[in-house]
Design a protein around this ligand. Structure first.
Ligand code: 13P
Length: 340
């Protein structure tokens, strides 16, 4: 492991007002999104959708890194250029989702544990060979009656830390993603408390596994009320709660925090990220940026709709969301940008 190299990559991923584009949907998630729009769920449809994304002109102005998926990292554009090369040529650092998904946690009905540690060392060596410079592992935490349990939080935090240590050993920057889900009726305060608890547990486990904090990124949820909660706080209230929670639980040595979008609309995700940077940027030890999938891709996916003729318009929509988030990092995002 070259520690300085890890630190450099982590810093590059959060430099220049840029953020990450998550395009690491598993085959089943990608198929679900396609099915919802009536797009054929074939390998070729998934490949051409991803070709549309990686070929978007000037994407590298707003995006520092792209998270690929097992299937995608081996794929090529129609002209034979690998996706990895297309991204690197566009000054976007390729990375990969390395977990094997969240499965039912035995003895904990309704809770999940992310799998994929067995054989991970060997897979990481292969991903590094294919050109990946960072890896991502997502754990999911559910808020509900008697949830999350201590057992679920501990198991997931431990797995995240084991993944992070293996990543660093392989020379890949780990993106540690403990996601407290938005599903449910819980309040902003409950989301705050659970997010603080899981982050504290994650950093305790990262310490035990000797993960170098300067050479990793954290990918958390924003602190949000449940989607079905009747009380939906304002953008500023969400920004305040999120920053307060992160300040309590995330060590200053971590270079960057890259939010997931978790089901928020693209506009709200940009507005909330913007409010955090506008209000707090100069006082924060880490960069606050984005690593959105749906909040960047959704409009582009709807426009593309599986049709070659829509590629240009879809790329414009993708670039637009990426540039809105780029502005949000500077605290310069405005709702009026959406009309353009
Ligand atoms: P969303 O932004 O759609 O929540 O996806 C985030 C993610 O983890 C994909 O890598």
């Amino acid at each position: 492991m070259n520690v300085q190299e890890l630190i450099n990559i982590a810093k590059m991923l959060v430099s220049g007002d840029k953020g990450l584009l998550a395009m690491d949907e598993s085959t089943s998630t990608c198929n679900k999104r396609f099915a919802a729009l009536g797009i054929p769920q074939t390998e070729e449809a998934r490949r051409s959708y991803r070709e549309m994304i990686v070929s978007t002109p000037r994407l590298g102005e707003c995006i520092s890194g792209a998270i690929l998926y097992e299937e995608t990292i081996r794929e090529q554009k129609k002209d034979g250029t690998t996706f990895v090369k297309a991204l690197t040529d566009g000054e976007i650092i390729p990375g990969i989702k390395v977990d094997l998904g969240a499965k039912e946690l035995a003895g904990h009905p309704g809770e999940k544990i992310t799998e994929g540690l067995d054989g991970l060392r060997e897979r990481l060596a292969e991903y590094s060979h294919l050109g990946a410079r960072f890896g991502k592992w997502r754990a999911v935490i559910t808020i509900g009656e008697d949830k999350p349990s201590q057992g679920c939080m501990l198991a997931n935090a431990h797995a995240l830390a084991r993944f992070a240590a293996l990543c660093q050993e392989a020379g890949l920057v780990p993106i540690v993603e403990p996601e407290v889900l938005m599903n449910g009726e819980h309040t902003l305060e409950q989301s705050f408390n659970v997010t603080e608890m899981i982050l504290r547990e994650v950093f305790s486990q990262l310490y035990d596994q000797r993960v170098i904090l300067e050479g990793m990124l954290l990918k958390p949820n924003m602190v949000l009320p449940g989607m079905s909660s009747p009380l939906q706080e304002t953008v500023d209230e969400v920004a305040n709660a999120t920053v307060k929670c992160l300040l309590r639980a995330v060590p200053a040595a971590v270079p960057g925090i890259v939010f997931l979008s978790g089901g928020q609309s693209g506009e709200l995700a940009s507005a909330r990220l913007n409010a955090m940077n506008l209000r707090y940027k100069s006082q924060l030890p880490w960069a606050l940026t984005f690593s959105f999938a749906r909040a960047i891709q959704q409009p582009a996916l709807e426009i593309w709709h599986g049709e070659e003729v829509n590629v240009l318009a879809a790329q414009q929509a993708l670039y637009h969301r990426a540039s809105c988030n780029n502005a949000a990092r500077r605290g310069e995002y405005k709702a009026e940008m959406e009309g353009k």
